[in-house]
Design a protein around this ligand. Structure first.
Ligand code: SF4
Length: 421
């Protein structure tokens, strides 16, 4: 759209077109999407209001009840959004264009459009998910797994590396599945029937000179085999921080969640990563209060988490999502219990993070600096610790070795190495 002459303005400014890219991951996300869609026309009643994204994909009927919306677009339609907007501008009627996402077999490539922060770029290489976890709406909203063609990924990274970006984050809905669809007979892409997986892609990204760090989005235990970690550990640019989504540390809860691994498989994956990468930090997501989670099951989770000792855990209180299997399960857990369990795990996570960070005091670390914050420059280490250095220098997008002087509020406070000499 920018190529066509459109300009992005701040959300509260008057605009001719408002595009609300909705989320549907929880019932609350749906509610927030509806609220914001109702508010927009107060800013400019004559504007074109577009609802797209996952909520539009799964609930077009609900959105059609909001008369302010001019255009409802599904996931497949999003990359021709400019065409639909021009149509909506010339039409007097509200338009809904949502095709069946499950029929989409190929990754819809947005080409050179990359979300770029100051120092890192997030590269989407995969869409869709075939896992159908019992609490999750994503497979219905995003359809089956589709991988982006390797050459398109590599061209984009090459391009952004020329703009000075040093770190890329490789992401997708289920990035561990990257390449699995290339093998399917009905896939019309030129890569059909050749095997090319995530590890092959990472090996090719490693060869791009100006990229210094490759970070991986959320992985899952089934991907972490001896062969994978052996090949991965040979790639010098891979950040030694991995996010392995666990969700529960209790096998019976995992089964009800329809997760496809056991805690034993998970532990095996963690051990392989720890053997392959020194100082690796492993982070995870946990859902507390999943339907039927007894005190005993939670205790098992707590014990497993204490044993694994993650660097950091993102704790989510289970919230039923309409249209999923878990939303109709018996024994939904009371809100206070969820709160109590969540607090216990947050406490454990903070303690782990602090313990890990303290081990670095007096050691030298390499930081990719991002932003100035007061008198400090702030950045991340490869294993994703937040580090701060008091300096007058402009360190934006600079990778620099510093020494850890101490920790404060779960951040490393660093000093120049020469100060000590
Ligand atoms: S793996 Fe499970 S939680 Fe993740 S997107 Fe797929 S269905 Fe949802």
């Amino acid at each position: 759209m920018m190529n066509m002459g459109y300009k992005i303005v701040d959300f509260n400014e008057k605009a001719d077109v408002y595009i609300i890219n909705t989320c549907t991951v929880t019932n609350m996300a749906d509610k927030k999407s509806r609220q914001i869609l109702r508010r927009v026309k107060e800013i400019n009643p004559k504007s074109i209001l577009v609802a797209c994204g996952c909520y539009a994909q799964v609930a077009k009927k609900e959105l059609e009840k909001i008369p302010e919306i001019d255009l409802i677009l599904g996931i497949n339609e999003k990359n021709e959004i400019e065409k639909y907007i021009e149509n909506a501008m010339n039409s007097k009627q509200n338009i809904t264009q949502v095709s069946e996402v499950a029929n989409q077999k190929e990754f819809l490539d947005f080409g050179a459009v990359t979300y770029t922060e100051k120092t890192r770029a997030v590269i989407k290489v995969q869409d869709g998910c075939n896992q159908f976890c019992s609490y999750c709406i994503i497979p219905y909203a995003r359809g089956r797994i589709r991988s982006r063609k390797p050459q398109s990924v590599l061209d984009e990274i090459q391009k952004i590396s020329m703009q000075g970006i040093k770190e890329v984050v490789i992401t997708g809905i289920h990035v561990a599945s990257y390449g699995k669809d290339f093998l399917q007979d009905n896939n019309p892409t030129e890569e059909a029937n050749t095997s090319y997986y995530l590890i092959d892609l990472l090996e090719d990204i490693q060869k791009i000179d100006r990229i210094k760090r490759i970070r991986l989005g959320s992985l899952e235990p089934s991907l972490i085999t001896k062969e994978f970690t052996t090949r991965l550990s040979k790639l010098s640019k891979i950040c030694n921080q991995f996010h392995l989504s666990l969700q529960s540390g209790c096998n019976s809860t995992l089964k009800r969640m329809n997760r496809k691994y056991t805690i034993e498989d998970f532990e095996n994956g963690v051990n392989l990563l720890r053997q392959a990468f020194p100082n690796v930090h492993i982070t995870t997501d946990i859902i507390v209060g999943f339907p039927g989670e007894t005190d005993e099951e939670f205790k098992q989770t707590y014990e497993f988490l204490s044993k694994i000792k993650f660097y950091k855990m993102h704790i989510f209180k289970y919230s039923p999502r309409k249209g999923t299997v878990a939303a109709n399960m018996p024994n939904q857990i009371d809100g206070n219990k969820k709160e109590e369990r969540s607090n216990l795990l947050i406490e454990l996570s903070n303690k782990n993070e602090e313990d890990f960070q303290k081990q670095y005091i007096g050691k030298q670390i390499e930081v990719l600096f991002e932003d100035k914050e007061g008198e400090y420059f702030k950045g991340h280490t490869a294993n994703y610790m937040v580090a701060k250095l008091k300096t007058n220098e402009n360190l934006e997008n600079v990778i620099k070795k510093v020494e850890v002087a101490g920790t404060k509020n779960l951040e490393l406070i660093c000093k120049e190495i020469s100060e000590q000499m």
